[in-house]
Ligand binder design. Structure first.
Ligand code: NAP
Length: 252
């Protein structure tokens, strides 16, 4: 085990699969105490068991990011167990509203906003004053290159992620006096249930992703973890969006 984040308390939403799982295991392997949260308790328990069997410390707590009462309960559970939060990884996200704008139902729009935008805002904004009381920390909001160069048929996803980018910049300004740095991470495509599910159902999606990047492949979650470590560990970066996209934006 490393000690890059020794004893830091890290909260990971969507921490049971994909990038969130890689971050949960990765921060724990660097000495952090990790709170693994997603909708399904059993999935969080499984990640916590892996961390504990490697000698780490972690808490599993189920919370739906689109339900503010779940996020209140998450905050209380984290403070009851660890008494502080140093790093918030606002990672949970959904893309249930793929398709043409004219075909999207208001209920799907609401759910996209609740999970991708309202939840990350609520969790960070309720934690920030308490993080400030313990000397500060950092927040990383996981957005997407879709927020920066918005593709057709992914409008709700792009809009919610662009909204979270805007909130990242406001959070950075409002919480700098609390010694909290706030940045966004904008990945391109990496293998996860989200991506691989889209590859399975949308003809040409995977090929399109590969061809769109200068590095012509879909990344592994481990390759997205290093930029997260960078944002979590350095001390003079706030209010930015760090892009890790295999050159997708540059190729456009
Ligand atoms: N995959 C990519 O290529 C890619 C690219 C750019 C950005 N992103 C962004 O990266 C983040 C992680 O994506 P991923 O592809 O790694 O995810 P993933 O493999 O699909 O896993 C999603 C994780 O979030 C949890 N989750 C889903 N809905 C939730 C909700 N409403 N409340 C709480 N937890 C929820 C899931 O667990 P439960 O099912 O137990 O809730 C799971 O742990 C997302 O914000 C996504 O938009 C992904």
């Amino acid at each position: 085990m490393g000690d890059r984040f020794k004893d830091k308390v890290v909260v990971v939403t969507g921490g049971s699969r994909g990038l969130g799982r890689a971050m949960s295991l990765g921060f724990a392997a660097e000495g952090a105490r990790v709170v693994v949260s997603s909708r399904k308790q059993a999935s969080c328990d499984e990640v916590v068991a892996s961390i504990e069997s490697a000698g780490g410390e972690a808490l599993a707590f189920a919370a739906h990011t689109g339900r503010m009462e779940d996020l209140d309960a998450l905050i209380e559970a984290v403070y009851a167990r660890f008494g502080r939060v140093d790093i918030l990884l606002n990672n949970a996200g959904t893309n249930i509203a793929l398709g043409a704008l004219s075909d999207i139902e208001p209920a799907a729009f609401d759910k996209m906003v609740d999970v991708n935008l309202k939840g990350p805002w609520y969790l960070a904004s309720r934690l920030a004053p308490r993080m400030g009381e313990h000397g500060g920390g950092c927040v990383i909001n996981v957005i997407s290159v879709a927020a920066l160069s918005t593709p057709a048929y992914s409008g709700m996803y792009a809009a919610t992620k662009a909204g979270l980018k805007a909130l990242t910049e406001v959070m950075a300004q409002e919480w700098a006096p609390l010694n909290i740095r706030v940045n966004a991470l904008a990945p391109g495509s990496y293998h996860s249930d989200l991506t691989d599910g889209a590859i399975d159902v949308i003809p040409g999606y995977g090929e399109g992703m590969v061809n769109a990047a200068l590095i012509p492949r879909i990344a592994d979650t481990e390759e997205i973890l290093n930029p997260v470590f960078y944002l979590a560990s350095e001390s003079y970066t706030t209010g930015i969006t760090l892009v890790a996209d295999g050159g997708l934006m540059a190729k456009r």
